[in-house]
Design a protein around this ligand. Structure first.
Ligand SMILES: Cc1ncc(COP(=O)(O)O)c(C=O)c1O
Length: 399
């Protein structure tokens, strides 16, 4: 079968005696292609995209940085949101659906320990970053309605950004999702369905019973949520005055943030930013649902569905992440690790970190802090390491 060849950038067109087609007004000129993370198949990025049509795995957004360079000095005076990185985002900020997301504080919490406090985002979690990009692209590419299964935070974010985009939203969540998430979605006018089981069952419900005309923005089932989440790494670089931490501890469900930050490191390198170090990425999961940890420990190339997922840390109850193989690559290539924590350790660590810092720590952030303590104890984190623990959302919605 003939394969698609991507012709990208004005020079490549000129070399073939062709004229470059004019860009849609919304498009960052450096956004040149969408390719499959796994098999490299190129897809038409002027259409609504889901997963790779050849192999069914997640798609990656590629840039030609020569077409829109981003030298670090250009960032001075830019807006305090993720849109300050417009050269490495697919859509121009003036065409985006934004509630002013990103640029969250990096809060000192002890000797060389910093908390990236994502609870300050619109709708109270880091999901706002990814959903802002997914909704923005879905809108310009013609989506008429939006849907997603969620553990809670993504649903709240999708409901809010859907409202801002004037697009109807349907979300499906496990029936034991804390009520505040359900109320939040309805507050923004979304239709909510509660399903028995986990986020995987909610996804199945949407596929079988959800509205036919809605575009599914599930984690890694469309290419743009990663683009929003990767900005966390760009922010760390700026907030650490042109450096990155030695270690990043990230509570992993679907893994969008983990994969996004790993992608950002290679983009920064391609942009020519000085990178004194690449952080060791630590993927944290719960003992009752740890497909990435199991895959890492067993040396596997991909994750296998967790048969009986059980945890009250809802954001981490993701039994079969589509991008599990990417999480494993991100952890291995950065010489990081993956570890599981118990319910009791995560709950205790959540309270301890909140009481010690005054930050609004969510259970997932608490799990990451429990992992930090365990890694310090077993000597995997040394006194000289600068460590960033992600508090991925507000704790207040879990009551
Ligand atoms: C607060 C919180 N932290 C972490 C996660 C996991 O995020 P990711 O899917 O990017 O791994 C979620 C997902 O729902 C979440 O809500």
């Amino acid at each position: 079968m003939p394969r698609c060849i991507a012709i990208t950038g004005p020079a490549a067109y000129a070399a073939r005696g062709m004229t470059e087609p004019s860009l849609p007004a919304w498009q960052n000129p450096a956004f040149v292609a969408v390719r499959c993370f796994a098999c490299g198949e190129v897809h038409d990025h002027h259409t609504l995209l889901t997963v790779c049509r050849a192999c069914g795995l997640p798609l990656r957004v590629d840039y030609d940085h020569a077409l829109a360079p981003l030298p670090p000095h250009a960032l001075a005076g830019r807006p305090a949101s993720l849109w300050r990185y417009r050269e490495v985002l697919p859509i121009r900020p003036e065409h985006a659906v934004s509630l002013v997301e990103g640029w969250t504080p990096l809060c000192p919490a002890g000797d060389r320990l910093l908390i990236k406090d994502e609870s300050r985002n619109p709708t109270g979690s880091f999901k706002a970053r990814g959903i802002a990009l997914a909704v923005s692209l879905a809108r310009v590419l013609g989506a008429r309605a939006l849907s997603a299964p969620s553990a809670g935070n993504a649903a709240g974010a999708l409901a809010a950004y859907g409202a801002a985009a004037h697009l109807p939203v349907v979300v499906a969540m496990p029936e034991d999702t804390p009520r505040t998430f359900v109320d939040e979605c309805r507050h923004y006018g979304a239709e909510v369905h509660l399903c028995a089981g986990t986020i995987a069952d909610a996804g199945r419900w949407l596929r079988e019973h959800g509205p036919r005309d809605s575009f599914d923005v599930s984690t890694l089932k469309e290419p743009y949520r990663i683009e929003g989440k990767k900005t966390m790494a760009y922010e760390l670089w700026e907030q650490l005055a042109g450096d990155l931490p030695d270690v990043i501890i990230y509570p992993t469900g679907g893994g969008t943030g983990l994969v996004g930050m790993w992608k950002a490191f290679s983009e920064m390198r391609a942009l020519g930013w000085p990178l004194p170090r690449i952080p060791r990425l630590i993927s944290v999961q719960m003992a009752g649902c740890a497909p990435v940890v199991r895959g890492f420990t067993e040396g596997a190339a991909a994750t296998v569905a967790w048969p009986d997922p059980r945890t009250r840390v809802w954001g981490l109850r993701v039994p079969s992440p589509l991008g599990g193989f990417l999480c494993l690559r991100a952890v291995r290539e950065t010489h990081g690790t993956a570890l599981a924590v118990t319910e009791a350790d995560a709950a205790a660590a959540t309270s301890r970190l909140a009481a010690r810092t005054g930050l609004d720590i969510c259970p997932e952030g608490g799990a990451a802090f429990a992992a930090y303590e365990a890694l310090c104890e077993r000597g995997d984190i040394s006194r000289d390491d600068t460590v960033v623990v992600f508090n991925t959302g507000t704790g207040l919605k879990y009551r």
